[in-house]
Design a protein around this ligand. Structure first.
Ligand SMILES: CC(C)(COP(=O)(O)OP(=O)(O)OC[C@H]1O[C@@H](n2cnc3c(N)ncnc32)[C@H](O)[C@@H]1OP(=O)(O)O)[C@@H](O)C(=O)NCCC(=O)NCCS
Length: 163
């Protein structure tokens, strides 16, 4: 889908936002692959995302243009902290405020669930993504080391780059 700059305002007004359901999976997955969101064969399988959305049914959103998913944010919480993952907007639709709106919707949904703080991780090399999070008010914690431990064997399935 090609959108020239004169159409941007019109397009922006045509975008609809709604809670993500598992029926959005195929289109969301295609976007994640295009955007280099750091996927693996377990958590990002249809079953993995279905499990996530069942546990967090009201905090993940999609942006839709002409019935096509052009933006996604996965968001949930563990009862204490919110976590945002896999935020992405189709390259054709960037810098129109879609990412910003998806974040606002996700944060509002978390607040409604009584969550007071939200975290996320972003690849250091993802300059655009980090600039975006900075603009959304997510501050960098220089005093922490991010650590994790895999409990199952997982295979990275996206190319190791960010477009
Ligand atoms: C990051 C991403 C979701 C932003 O989506 P978007 O819809 O283009 O973002 P917005 O239009 O809402 O941008 C809001 C503000 O964030 C900042 N911003 C967004 N993208 C930026 C970029 N590439 N470089 C610098 N600042 C950026 C700007 O301040 C922007 O406001 P402005 O356009 O008025 O200057 C999108 O670029 C994307 O999908 N990137 C690839 C995947 C990714 O990096 N995801 C997040 C990392 S976990």
């Amino acid at each position: 889908m090609e959108i020239n700059s004169n159409e941007r305002k019109k397009v922006k007004n045509m975008i609809e936002y709604r809670i993500m359901t598992i029926d959005d999976y195929e289109e969301a997955y295609e976007l994640w692959i295009r955007c280099g969101n750091g996927l693996n064969n377990k958590d990002d399988s249809r079953e993995g995302i279905d499990k996530y959305l069942k546990r967090n049914p009201s905090t993940s959103y999609v942006a839709v243009l002409d019935k096509k998913v052009v933006g996604v944010i996965l968001c949930g919480h563990d009862g204490r902290r919110g976590i945002i993952q896999h935020a992405c907007v189709s390259p054709d639709c960037r810098r129109m405020g879609i990412g910003n709106k998806l974040v606002d919707l996700a944060l509002d949904a978390l607040e409604k669930e009584g969550i007071n703080k939200v975290l996320l991780v972003a690849f250091k090399k993802n300059e655009g993504g980090n600039a975006f999070w900075e603009a959304q008010g997510f501050t960098l914690r220089e005093d922490l080391n991010y650590r994790n431990k895999a409990l199952a064997e997982m295979i990275r399935i996206d190319p190791d780059y960010v477009k």
